[in-house]
Design a protein around this ligand. Structure first.
Ligand SMILES: [Zn+2]
Length: 323
């Protein structure tokens, strides 16, 4: 057990294990990389290794009482933080400060694990920065984020950054196959490529299939909008680029389709690109309270047109202006 449990992240794990071997443990670490690739699992192994009672060569045994407590979330020296209502607030950061102010109870290190660290609001970030500037002795703070660019520079620059990449195909398939209990549909597997956490969550696949179905409805000329609400519409607009990608892939005859398995091979590639751009422009406007019914008609018009010439539409006071 230990680091070898994690598949496909050899490089970052070697770096992490090295910090323990050489006893150069950073007081703050930042794990970055896409959602669903194993940052949190890796973080837990690292935290296990820090406090493992049977540690060997900088790795966790996975079986001692300390390792088991960390795995089950019951170690008194580990505080795990997650956003509450999409946000990490200053009260939570205060509780981190209080937690770190005390000496380790039974382990070598006190550790705080902050998931989705980019969800810290401005007050929380400012308070947290002070903690980072004066890290208490025997403490480790581990931040996880898929969006490091949204963290303030002042926080990022004080952390030892460890980058995680989507898994290579072999490791990805191995992780999914090992999770036999969950049935993963093919769409989810293809879409989540290299991100097993997303494939296992499954929702991605269902959303994507629905996106393809609504696209087909537009192509058939259904005039009544089929979006349930604004959120549904926005989600469709966010996923729609994948449909156009599939149309392009079908035309070129290269690559696997992600959503549309029966895309026509006849559509002119330039037209596909123009349609793609036109829908993307609608998406960038979705912050402006688009009317659902009108947007459906407008997007349907793009989808159905044989030749979509953006210039001619934008010059006049066409339906786009009414959006
Ligand atoms: Zn152990």
């Amino acid at each position: 057990m230990g680091f070898s449990e994690i598949k496909g992240h050899e490089r970052p794990l070697r770096i992490l294990q090295g910090t323990i071997r050489r006893n150069r443990i950073p007081s703050a670490l930042l794990f970055t990389g896409d959602s669903g690739i194993g940052k949190r699992s890796s973080a837990l192994i690292y935290l296990q290794a820090l406090n493992c009672l049977e540690r060997q060569d900088g790795d966790a045994c996975g079986a001692c009482t300390s390792c088991r407590k960390i795995a089950s979330g019951n170690h008194p020296d580990l505080l795990s933080i997650q956003p509450d209502g999409g946000e990490i607030k200053i009260e939570t950061i205060r509780s981190v400060e209080e937690f770190l102010a005390m000496k380790p109870y039974e382990g070598r290190k006190k550790a705080v694990l902050i998931d989705e660290a980019d969800a810290m609001n401005i007050n929380a970030s400012n308070a947290f920065l002070k903690t980072l500037e004066e890290p208490p002795a025997d403490s480790v703070i581990l931040l996880i984020t898929a969006n490091p660019d949204t963290l303030p520079d002042t926080i990022r620059s004080r952390c030892f950054q460890v980058r995680f990449s989507p898994l290579p195909a072999a490791a990805y398939n191995a992780v999914l196959n090992a999770a036999q209990s969950t049935e993963i549909d093919d769409t989810a597997r293809r879409l989540a490529k290299g991100r097993p956490g997303l494939a296992l969550a499954g929702t991605h696949g269902a959303d994507a299939r629905r996106c393809a179905e609504l696209y087909a409805a537009m192509a058939r000329g259904e005039t009544k909008d089929a979006w349930e609400d604004r959120q549904d519409m926005e989600q469709w607009l966010a996923l729609a680029p994948l449909v156009f990608r599939d149309l392009a892939v079908a035309r070129i005859g290269a690559g696997e389709p992600l959503l549309v398995t029966d895309a026509p091979k006849t559509e002119d590639i330039g037209t596909v690109l123009e349609k793609y751009r036109a829908v993307q422009r609608v998406q960038t406007r979705s912050a402006f309270n688009l009317n659902k019914g009108i947007t459906w008609q407008y997007v349907s018009e793009i989808v159905r047109s044989k030749k979509w010439e953006v210039g001619s539409r934008e010059s006049g006071a066409g339906s786009q202006e009414e959006l």
